[in-house]
Ligand binder design. Sequence first.
Ligand code: SF4
Length: 513
Amino acid sequence: MVMVRISDDALAIACGADAVADAFARAGATVERVSSWGMQWLEPLVEIDGKGFGPATADDVAAILDGSSPLGIGVIAEHPFIAKQQRLTFARAGKTRPTELADYEATGGWKGLARAREIGAEATVEEVVASGLRGRGGAGFPTGIKWRTVAAAVADQKYIVCNADEGDSATFADRMLMEGDPYCLIEGMAIAGLATGATKGYIYVRSEYPHAIAKLEEAIRRSAHLVAPFVLEVRVGAGAYVCGEETSLLNSLEGKRGEVRAKPPIPALVGLFGKPTIVNNVLSLAAVPYILAKGAKAYADYGMGRSRGTMPIQLAGNIKHGGLYETAFGITLGQLVNEIGGGTDDGSPVKAAQVGGPLGAYLHPDQFDIPFDYEAYAAVDALIGHGGITVFGEGADMAGMARFAMEFCAAESCGKCTPCRIGSVRGKELIDRIMARVPRQRDTLEGLPQMHNAPTAPRSLEDEIVLLEDLCETMKFGSLCALGGFTPYPVMSALKHWPEDFGARQSLPEAAE
Ligand code: SF4
């Protein structure tokens, strides 16, 4: 009997994987539901004896089985998109049944936890420090240093909190990991617990991920005896972007409004319920089993500069080959977008790529030689963030995208600080006026006699742009957290690289006349 493997990842299901699986079963094949390889443009991807066919529909089943289908892509593991990757965190992607303990164990599972138990807490922390692993959620803070702080804290209770509130545009690596390899995350959290003395862990998952929640809950139930005395629970977020910020997430976990806490104190010392807490992203924790099983050096041998190891990069937007691409730091954006991603899906020239979610800078093709590295991106006022890349073709309106950043910030602001709460609303209004070429007129208040210092002439387009730059500076340096602080990145980069979209270029000759 033919064995057919089809992913049960949410994206594959959304593309019709269940119907394809049913059709194969009706045709007499044995169907195994596995994790996704991450080649999303090929989903539903069907695997028979290592060879792939995709994207498949139920109507393609007969031809795939009789060997006449034109959808064949050859051996999946040898496909250039897969073969050139360096998959450490996603080593099991496409290969295992997500909640089958036997599959996890047969592919090296639990070896990291076993080694941590063998070498003890202190050596485990130092192994993570030596690996150079940095927070994959966006901040890039050294994971091992955070662990050291929590390990050194004296408390009757400590917590491990996994931030799975994956809300950035173009990001899906957390979801893929939780759906496709949940034991890897569970093992990473158990190692973190052992290393720091925490006995309780929470995975804070966004409610938009029902498949991930179900898989995690099942995996936690099945593996409870293997990670004991460490205990894990899933908590479902209610859908606020700001709850991806660690202190806001902790408030939400405690049942409070998702509002950012001022730091200090840092969560490593005063975190969940006032206790020392590690808050790490899914990908940071999922990298840990490899580090412990293979040793810090094996991980640190990948990468460049202070960006060590690999990064699961997510390619999305107007791109031909969207999907998950895990590789060592140092790869350029041009390689990712043009070579691996195949350029735009609509065939138009690439106009921009936004890296790091809705608050990441828009990078111009002239900048595509920048290596994927935390410091190299920071040097050009850009972010790596959670590794999501959204590609835009020539039809993109960059002034509209800048407006979107302000609008997004206004909608998602927790309201705690003024630069973000008020600045984002004013920023959106300002960009609206710039785009409509309607400079701001004096309002009623400014016309009152006592307002003699108020400008009397309407602002020119140039004045409005200067004001927008000024507002961005205030938000960048005056906001309490990254939501308000990073919103200027997409706005300023769009203004810098595509001034014509804001009307600036057209306005200059008029001003000269
Ligand atoms: S920057 Fe925005 S989201 Fe962050 S604390 Fe201030 S108001 Fe809240």
